[in-house]
Design a protein around this ligand. Structure first.
Ligand code: ADP
Length: 167
């Protein structure tokens, strides 16, 4: 039987407990999950691709070393459906926090589905405790020296602190 490969696209700038929640849920239905970090010229992230990749792999290893064998991190700068095709993913994974996510995700899935009908989208609902988390707010809170330990893994807290101390 062919492997069920899912592509989980996003910015992951940095990975949060919300992303991990969706990753955990998706690993229950997939053989392999490819975390696809979108890198777009013109959009300047806080962390480089390499830094984001390192935070993701460290976090997954700390959480479940066996799961890390079923997760791969890649970057893409083209259409997400083309990244999915290139990596032989048959579906995409997305998380839903609220109605705003749902409205946007319906547009994305509709347009992606028109371009690549063979690739479906699977949504997972955010678990209640991670529902309010966004990477944007995590970055803003960290910049203002706030406590982000409820929102991101320990290693990411450390990296964010280092990043803002350098600036
Ligand atoms: P963010 O919106 O936090 O910047 P991304 O752009 O990296 O995150 O999002 C990638 C995917 O992860 C999207 O499907 C998004 O809905 C999902 N996601 C992000 N944060 C959460 C969360 N707290 N709970 C559930 N899903 C989330």
């Amino acid at each position: 039987m062919s492997k069920r490969v899912g592509l989980y696209p996003g910015s992951f700038d940095p990975i949060t407990n919300g992303h991990i929640d969706i990753l955990q849920q998706s690993l229950a239905i997939a053989d392999k999950i490819i975390i696809a970090i979108g890198v777009h010229p013109g959009k300047i992230p806080l962390f480089t691709f390499e830094e984001r990749e390192d935070m993701i792999t460290r976090t997954i290893k700390d959480w479940d070393n066996q799961a890390s064998e079923r997760v791969q991190v890649i970057s893409f700068d083209n259409l997400v459906v083309d990244a999915a095709r290139k990596h032989s993913a048959s579906f995409m994974i997305r998380g839903l926090r609220d109605g705003t996510d749902l409205d946007y995700e319906m547009q994305l899935a509709g347009m992606n589905g028109a371009m690549a009908p063979e690739i479906g989208t699977i949504y997972f609902p955010a678990s209640p405790e991670v529902r309010p988390i966004t990477a944007t707010l995590v970055r803003q809170i960290a910049k203002l020296n706030g406590d982000i330990s409820h929102f991101t893994p320990k290693f990411v807290v450390q990296k964010l602190t280092e990043k803002f101390n350098q600036q």
